[in-house]
Design a protein around this ligand. Structure first.
Ligand code: CP
Ligand code: NVA
Length: 309
């Protein structure tokens, strides 16, 4: 029989399910640990983790594996195609077995529904390392980067330009819980998740969605975009999608319409020449590598939230 989750076992699945004080604690720990990279070696001592990724990853995999090692834990990387999951073993059985081996699991899963099924059948902490619907670890690193640059994220103006994808959805959830201003320029055809948006607006989130790109970026502190074709994008006609999104490219002409202090963020990998040009992503106003580095530090904050409470 499946044991109930221990009361101190925490998942990290969606930002709007986590107490705002805890999210601030995660960020504050990440700032501390960035100053002292090898300073918390006891935190995950004798703790074991599995990273179960059914989609490619550079940053998320490396940053979690390193974060676990640098906090004194150990991890195993599992690829569904070379495990029994790939031969049809159920998520339920896999989750119950894995729960008996390790303390936590970090999952990159094409299906948000499957991630929930995994969490519902395990009694260990489950961390969302990206699904078709959300990417909470990424947005925490992005917010950390904004905090480093501007000294605060309160009342900051964030402008999202491009596809209404999983990363865009998570910005909506972040605006809901952190209360900053989010303006999104997205085409009518590729809007973000409407349930997430409704929930955020019902909770008084300050979110504006429009196709008027100039209006969206005119008071932006930060312009963010992402690939037009996500890993689990089900669009059948990618040429049509790219064609519609062409006017949403973040290029120098567009960037010049933003305030002079505005910075550029992108979760990476970037498709240079599509959603962003070389001139913008390589400019001094682009913080994309600092943002990528912060994945490592914020993962430590997320691990502390889940396993050291
Ligand atoms: N930004 C991000 O999640 O990158 P990876 O796909 O390389 O992990
Ligand atoms: N939206 C992108 C993010 C990659 C980190 C994707 O899902 O492919």
């Amino acid at each position: 029989m499946q044991k109930n989750k221990n009361s101190s076992t925490r998942n990290f699945i969606n930002l709007n399910e986590i107490d705002i004080g805890q999210l601030h604690n995660i960020m504050s720990f990440a700032h501390d640990v960035k100053k002292s990279r090898y300073g918390y070696i006891e935190l995950l001592k004798n703790k074991s983790f599995i990273l179960l990724f059914d989609e490619p990853s550079t940053r998320t995999r490396i940053s979690f594996e390193l974060a676990i090692t640098q906090l004194g834990g150990n991890s195993i990387f599992l690829d569904p195609s070379t495990s029994q999951l790939g031969r049809g073993e159920s998520i339920q059985d896999t989750a119950k077995v894995i729960s008996r081996y390790v303390d936590g699991i970090i999952i990159r899963n094409a299906s948000h529904k499957d991630l929930h099924e995994f969490a519902n059948n395990s009694n260990i902490s489950v961390i969302n390392a990206l699904t078709n619907l959300s990417h909470p670890c990424q947005i925490m690193a992005d917010l950390m980067t904004l905090h480093e640059h501007f000294g605060t994220i309160e009342n900051i103006n964030v402008a999202w330009v491009g596809d209404g994808n999983n990363v865009a959805n998570t910005w909506i959830q972040a605006a809901q819980v952190f209360g900053f201003n989010l303006k999104m320029a997205v085409p009518q055809e590729y809007k973000p998740n409407q349930d997430y948006l409704k929930k955020a607006l019902d909770n008084n989130a300050k979110i504006v969605i429009s196709q008027d790109i100039n209006n969206i970026i005119s008071d932006a502190d930060c312009i963010i975009t992402d690939t037009w074709m996500s890993m689990n994008d089900k669009t059948t006609n990618s040429d049509k999608k790219v064609g519609i999104l062409e006017r949403y490219q973040v290029n120098t002409r567009l960037f010049e319409l933003a305030p002079k202090h505005a910075i550029f963020l992108h979760c990476l990998p970037a498709h240079r020449g599509q959603e962003v040009t070389d001139e913008v992503i390589d400019s001094p106003r682009s913080l994309v590598y600092q943002q990528a580095e912060n994945r490592l530090h914020i993962q430590k904050g997320i691990l502390k939230y889940c396993f050291d409470n």
